[in-house]
Design a protein around this ligand. Structure first.
Ligand code: SF4
Ligand code: SF4
Length: 374
């Protein structure tokens, strides 16, 4: 893939990349923690949205503020902040989703000396008659607060342009996922992970071009691919997946990951923003209608039904559920999902992961055993 090295470099050296981008473009860098952040408003402010994924370094500074039974994502992001490694950030945005992110927000406000701090107090229940108005009001306030922090006027025109950009990005990633679902050998799971992760870090205008060219390249390659019926097609599901080395382990065991339900994967790009005139209510509409995370509430079985639909649509044989250790919302969701999968006759494997992930041999054996059963 022509642009893979550029995507990989962005992921490998994301902080250097952000520092360079800031220096060259003069753009303010706004960090965020969760896929419920309205990137469009940050882009419309002329700033650069950058998702943080925690650290692979040893976590010790964060331990003085957070219990060790918080997920490694939240502890890792705090570690990056306390260590000063991300002091290039001009501000941080915290959408109120799970309890851990909300507590991270409080600790950040009181302990991190650089950049502004903004909370985004989203509605918890997303399917009530008042949720649309409430969500739109929260986004309006965010637009005002962000404009004030960055000292810019965020115009409707800039919002319309940002929506076109994010829709183009989401559409390209969706097309890449679909091509790969039809031809799993088109690119490896690890490479796909790299593309999606880079998409949450790199300059979005450059990204639109790179993704469009990647789609063209993969479409041409897909035309030459032969169908491989020996692969065991599976769906990955869970909260966030921060572990690219899981993909080759599954693929080497004979599996093909044909879709996912991660907030660092498909939940990031599902749902386009509708056509229309009022940008705020259109962004609100997407946040309400996208595939829900268990830190928000719609109904008891919506997510399970979504995963069952994915299994059928993508012709998958089973689901591997990756649960980040100490992630309460996904742990509470799992029994309902498992029950629905059992009723639908879909095999599920649950794997609790943390940083560092268990030894490769141990995981390999578990993946092989599950895939053999399918
Ligand atoms: S799983 Fe959902 S709530 Fe949790 S960090 Fe990801 S996007 Fe946010
Ligand atoms: S939803 Fe789970 S993984 Fe995401 S920040 Fe909250 S506890 Fe961590």
């Amino acid at each position: 893939m022509k642009h893979l090295e550029e995507f990989s470099q962005v992921v490998r050296q994301s902080f250097d990349y952000a520092r360079q981008l800031k220096k060259k473009s003069g753009k303010k860098i706004v960090g965020y923690t969760c896929s419920y952040t309205p990137e469009e408003i940050i882009l419309a402010a002329g700033a650069h949205p950058m998702r943080l994924f925690g650290t692979k370094e040893n976590i010790h500074l964060a331990d003085s503020h957070l219990q060790s039974y918080c997920c490694s994502l939240v502890r890792g992001i705090l570690e990056e902040g306390l260590s000063g490694r991300i002091d290039f950030l001009d501000g941080m945005v915290f959408p109120h989703t799970c309890d851990s992110i909300q507590r991270l927000s409080d600790i950040w406000r009181m302990n991190i000396p650089f950049g502004f701090h903004l909370d985004l107090v989203l509605p918890v229940k997303l399917d009530t008659p008042s949720a649309q108005d409430y969500m739109a009001d929260v986004l309006k306030k965010f637009r005002t607060d962000l404009g004030r922090a960055l000292q810019v006027d965020i115009t409707d025109e800039a919002m319309q342009k940002a929506i076109i950009t994010t829709n183009a990005i989401r559409q390209s990633i969706r097309t890449i996922y679909e091509l790969r679902s039809q031809h799993p050998r088109l690119l490896s799971g690890e490479d796909l992970y790299t593309v999606v992760r880079a998409s949450m870090i790199m300059d979005r205008d450059r990204l639109v071009t790179l993704l469009a060219e990647t789609v063209t390249e993969l479409k041409a390659k897909a035309g030459r691919e032969k169908e491989d019926t020996s692969l065991k097609r599976i769906i990955l599901a869970g909260g966030i997946c921060n572990h690219p080395n899981i993909y080759p382990m599954i693929e080497n065991a004979g599996g093909a990951i044909v879709w996912d339900d991660f907030c660092t994967g498909a939940r990031y790009f599902t749902e386009m923003i509708d056509e229309g005139t009022d940008p705020i209510s259109r962004i609100a509409g997407r946040l309400l209608n996208r595939v829900v995370c268990p830190a928000k509430h719609v109904d008891l079985d919506g997510r399970a039904l979504h995963i069952i639909r994915l299994v059928k649509e993508k012709n998958a044989r089973g689901v591997i559920f990756l649960l980040l250790k100490f992630c309460d919302p996904h742990a509470f969701d799992y029994p309902y999902i498992k029950k629905s999968m059992d009723e639908a006759g879909i095999p599920v494997m649950l794997l609790e992961i943390d940083d560092p992930i268990p030894a490769e041999g141990q995981l390999k054996t578990r993946f092989e055993a599950f895939l053999e059963m399918l």
